[in-house]
Design a binder for this molecule. Structure first.
Ligand code: ZN
Length: 321
């Protein structure tokens, strides 16, 4: 038990250091700089950082999120990425112990985190990060480290890519452009290669839910800016439907209230359909509607699946049925 605890603490510290490294990798990729190991410096005043200003998370807290020399604000991205990598690594050791499986999943998580940063910052997913995930995933299953066959791995790699390409291109007549970038298709392919055909379904569904929840505030903000109050109302109506569904499931659905329950379900469905039509019309009329990068939602969903496995979707289904 104590050995396991030490192992987890060790993994968390390794995660902090790797997270710090991933920050640098992502930023240098975005700037198109060759990646070489050199002392990190402040992007504004270019002064080199002392070792004690370079301790993951802690230095950020001690310096109050500002450069020691020029007081330029340091992005919250640094400690956030360091902390998340640390948590992911500790969880990997907790679930899978000291093993080759853990090593593969550590590399997968690292590449995913880098893609998350570059996608959020500049809507860019680099081939140098995304394609290796597919190869790693197939190798992972060829070495029997996962739960699926090599054939399943290869088929899921293809299926993930094809599915996202179809969805991305089907947006063309509607939005005049692809809904997702090609990077997202490659990410889905990599997740398929690691976790198999059956995993793709919960990963994709959960990623759409994450995307909707994360994107809503931005979409509403854009609609308010364009004075499209009809669409905003429709969005709130949709959320109201979710609340109604919960009320129906947890409060009303008893044998003796079955007709109320059916009536409420019908009403909820009608409101949901009308709201959806209004929102889609609003989006079609205004081409300025900006689409958020989808990669991060897909990545977070994939990482959740890495730990939860097939429980990922069943938890969600239980919530509503
Ligand atoms: Zn500075």
């Amino acid at each position: 038990m104590t050995l396991e605890l030490y192992l987890n603490i060790f993994a968390a510290i390794i995660g902090l250091c790797i997270g710090s490294f991933l920050n640098v990798v992502a930023l240098r990729q975005l700037k198109g700089e060759e990646f070489v190991l050199k002392a990190s410096h402040c992007p504004k005043c270019n002064k080199f950082l002392k070792w004690y200003d370079n301790i993951p998370v802690l230095s950020y807290l001690f310096l109050g999120g500002k450069c020691r020399f020029c007081k330029e604000k340091i992005s919250i991205q640094y400690p956030l990425v360091e902390a998340s990598t640390s948590v992911v690594f500790a969880l990997l050791f907790f679930f899978f112990g000291l093993s080759f499986k853990t090593l593969f999943l550590m590399i997968l998580s690292s590449l995913m985190i880098v893609m998350c940063i570059t996608d959020i910052k500049e809507q860019a997913v680099f081939d140098a990060n995304s394609y290796p995930v597919i190869i790693l995933g197939i190798l992972y299953n060829a070495l029997n480290l996962g739960d699926i066959s090599l054939l399943n791995s290869c088929m899921a790699a293809a299926a993930g890519f094809v599915f996202f390409e179809i969805v991305a291109r089907s947006g063309k007549p509607f939005f005049g452009e692809r809904i997702f970038g090609e990077g997202d298709s490659v990410i889905a392919s990599g997740l398929g290669a690691f976790f198999g055909l059956k995993a793709l379904i919960p990963i994709i569904i959960v990623s759409f839910i994450i995307q909707v929840l994360a994107g809503m505030p931005v979409v509403v903000k854009n609609m308010l800016k364009e004075k499209d109050y009809k669409s905003v109302t429709a969005i709130f109506a949709l959320f109201f439907c979710i609340i109604l569904a919960f009320i129906n499931k947890y409060i009303i659905r008893h044998e003796e209230l079955i007709y109320y329950s059916l009536g409420l379900s019908g009403l909820t469905m009608i409101i949901a359909i009308i709201s959806t039509v209004i929102i889609l019309k609003g989006i079609k009329e205004r081409q300025s509607f900006t689409l958020l990068p989808f990669g991060p939602a897909l990545i977070i969903s994939g990482l959740l699946y890495m730990f939860a496995g097939s429980n990922l979707l069943s938890c969600l289904i239980k919530l509503f049925t």
